[in-house]
Design a protein around this ligand. Structure first.
Ligand code: F6R
Length: 609
């Protein structure tokens, strides 16, 4: 999604900004731009496509400036053209802005600015209105103008503004879009995301909603919406900067697949004692609070929602509370039955997914408590939740989620056990059993990763397929869905996942000779049923690769090929089996020459609706 970087200081603004924008590349973008303030002049350059094109444009010494803002844009309103790229400049050329988010009332504002002030718009974006509004309010104090303009804007925004007429500072404001600021030896910095600043500082101010921040070469000052100065403390970011780089792998996705054993260990670390009892200090809810909960809604998008599907039966089994899994984008609009007895469990890697943020806000308005499983510390969802459980996947850079998914499942299992122990619905012995099984999981995942050669061979055999189906039952439906999503997003192969029992209710009509299926059959209690489904497909001459547990003898009699994951309990199997599918999708994508870490049309965190 879009990235913002600002810099004021003794160094070269263009270098600092471009370095910050480069650190945000992983989020996906389709155009980029920069506004520099130099010797009483505003210099703006923008390009569609890659950052390199912009870098080439501002290479000359005439672009050496002490202050500026930059942006990478992921198109929402308007195509990814140079005109639509940020920064946008006001009608009078005095103000340049960059914006993340959406100005919901931009049509009204645009009409007003055009009719009342005769302003001509040069882009199709909602963001352009911000530049004009600020310019209209701008006398000699940019902060005052930003404050006034923000009062007119509805929606979500992180906006940074600069002007040659107030040349010593960057003024920024946020509402429902992330914004951080910090200081380093060479000056003040501003960004939409932590990785942009990691190279320069680890101590950052997390700007809150409706706060205005002024960044100069030697200060970061935070104000409330009326420009009253606030006293805020910095947050120390303990991410390892090296962890945010590829570490020798060709792609972040491959690196992150390999990091899953560590991510799982980290998620378990400090949360289990020597007796295998849970130590979940992060979840401070009491038995009384939990006993009052009569329903849990899991809300999430994409991969995170698949983790929810795996977690649902496990929470129900151990905590004995009914769980529904809802897509955040559906939940927020469908008038859900949510009361003060509802617990909403949000799952999000980034913690910035707009639909999930809105889903939890809706839940809170209706009196529910919110527990979230989030990977990014200090993210919006984490801050807005009553309780936060951090998955410890570490920074996930590849657009296709891998290690966040497996650590989300582990997190949900720990939450299920914790709830069960509090409510007295799970014995210490059963809790210990699952905890021990979870502790074995990193080694099992490792084993699948070690089988990469075989997976690559399978990918070679099938990478030219134009359509691939995935079927399973029980938790294997979630695995099938996640496998299908991984394949689609990075290979662009048309794929489809369905509960195997549903085939005969319609989809079986598609099965003819050589239609290609992955059949996931890791759930022992559903094994016989899956065998019948596989027979059913085979009878129609489908081509089938079955994914089963080691030791299976019967499937290989029917399926064309079998991939065996290490033998493990049914609850652990979704964490292990998905790794096979991640690697399969990766190798197919590679054979097809795809942009694996940044697939087309996708962004790492979807901060717009
Ligand atoms: C797919 C993928 C997406 C995300 C979804 C939610 O590989 O990454 O489907 O899972 O956009 O994102 P978060 O978890 O950040 O809320």
């Amino acid at each position: 999604m879009c990235g913002i970087v600002g810099y004021a200081g003794s160094g070269s603004a263009k270098e600092m900004i471009l370095s910050g924008l480069n650190a945000l590349k992983y989020r996906g973008y389709d155009s980029a731009g920069i506004a520099l303030v130099r010797k009483g002049k505003l210099l703006v350059r923008k390009e569609s496509g890659k950052l390199e094109a912009l870098e080439a444009k501002v290479g000359g010494a005439e672009f050496d400036a002490p202050l500026g803002i930059g942006h990478t844009r992921w198109a929402t309103h308007g195509a990814p053209t140079r005109e639509n790229a940020h920064p946008h400049v006001s009608f009078d050329g005095r103000v340049a802005i960059v914006h993340n988010g959406i100005i919901e009332n931009f049509m009204e504002l645009k009409a007003e600015l055009a009719q009342k002030h005769g302003i001509r718009f040069v882009s199709e974006t909602d963001s352009e209105v911000i530049a004009h509004l600020i310019a209209l309010y701008f006398e000699d104090d940019l902060a005052e103008a930003v404050r006034k303009a923000a009062k007119r804007m509805h929606g979500a925004y992180a906006v940074a503004a600069v002007s040659a007429d107030d040349a010593e500072r960057i003024v920024a404001i946020r509402k429902d879009a992330p914004l951080i600021a910090g200081l380093c030896g060479e000056g003040g910095l501003l960004a939409s995301d932590i990785p942009a600043l990691l190279k320069y500082t680890r101590d950052v101010y997390l700007i809150e909603n409706d706060e205005i921040v002024i960044v100069t070469k030697d200060s970061v000052q935070i104000f409330d919406e009326e420009l009253t100065r606030l006293n805020r403390t910095k947050t120390h970011i303990d991410w390892d900067a090296v962890a945010a780089e590829r570490g020798g792998y060709e792609h972040f996705m491959m690196k992150e697949i390999h990091e899953q054993p560590t991510g799982i260990k980290e998620t378990l670390r400090h949360r289990v004692d020597a007796k295998k009892e849970l130590l979940l200090d992060d979840l401070a809810f009491t038995k009384e609070e939990l006993d009052a909960v009569d329903r849990i809604y899991i809300v999430a998008c994409g991969t995170a929602s698949h983790a929810g599907l795996v977690g649902k039966p496990v929470i129900e089994k151990y905590a004995r509370i009914p769980v529904e899994v809802d897509l955040s984008s559906e939940f927020r609009y469908r008038n859900p039955i949510v009361t003060e007895h509802t617990l909403v469990l949000a799952i999000s890697q980034s913690g910035e997914t707009s639909d999930t943020i809105e889903a939890i806000r809706e839940a809170k308005r209706r009196g529910a408590k919110v527990l979230s499983v989030v990977n990014v510390k200090g993210s919006s969802i984490a801050r807005e939740s009553d309780h936060v459980f951090y998955s410890a996947a570490g920074p996930e850079i590849a657009v296709a989620s891998t290690k966040a998914y497996t650590t989300q499942i582990v997190s949900l299992y720990l939450i299920a056990l914790h709830m069960g122990r509090l409510r007295g619905t799970v014995s210490a012995a059963d809790c210990k059993k699952l905890v021990e099984a979870l502790e074995q999981t990193p080694a099992l995942v490792e084993k699948v990763i070690k089988d990469e050669k075989r997976i690559r061979k399978l990918a070679k055999e099938h990478y030219k397929k134009e359509k691939i189906f995935f079927v399973g039952r029980g938790a294997d439906v979630a695995t099938a869905q996640e496998a299908s999503l991984k394949l689609k997003e990075i290979t662009y192969i048309n794929s489809f996942a369905i509960a195997a029992g549903e085939l005969k209710h319609g989809t079986i009509a598609l099965i003819t000779r050589n239609v290609f299926f992955f059949a996931v059959a890791t759930q022992s209690y559903l094994y016989e049923k899956m065998l019948s489904n596989i027979e059913e497909m085979k009878a129609r001459k489908a081509e089938i690769v079955a994914v089963v547990k080691e030791g299976d003898k019967r499937v290989k009699e029917i399926a064309d090929e079998v991939f065996a994951i290490p033998d493990c309990g049914d609850e652990i199997a979704p964490i292990v089996a998905v790794v096979f599918f991640q690697l399969f999708a990766y190798h197919v994508a590679k054979l097809r020459g795809r942009d694996i870490d940044q697939p087309r049309n996708l962004a790492k965190s979807v901060t717009v609706e």
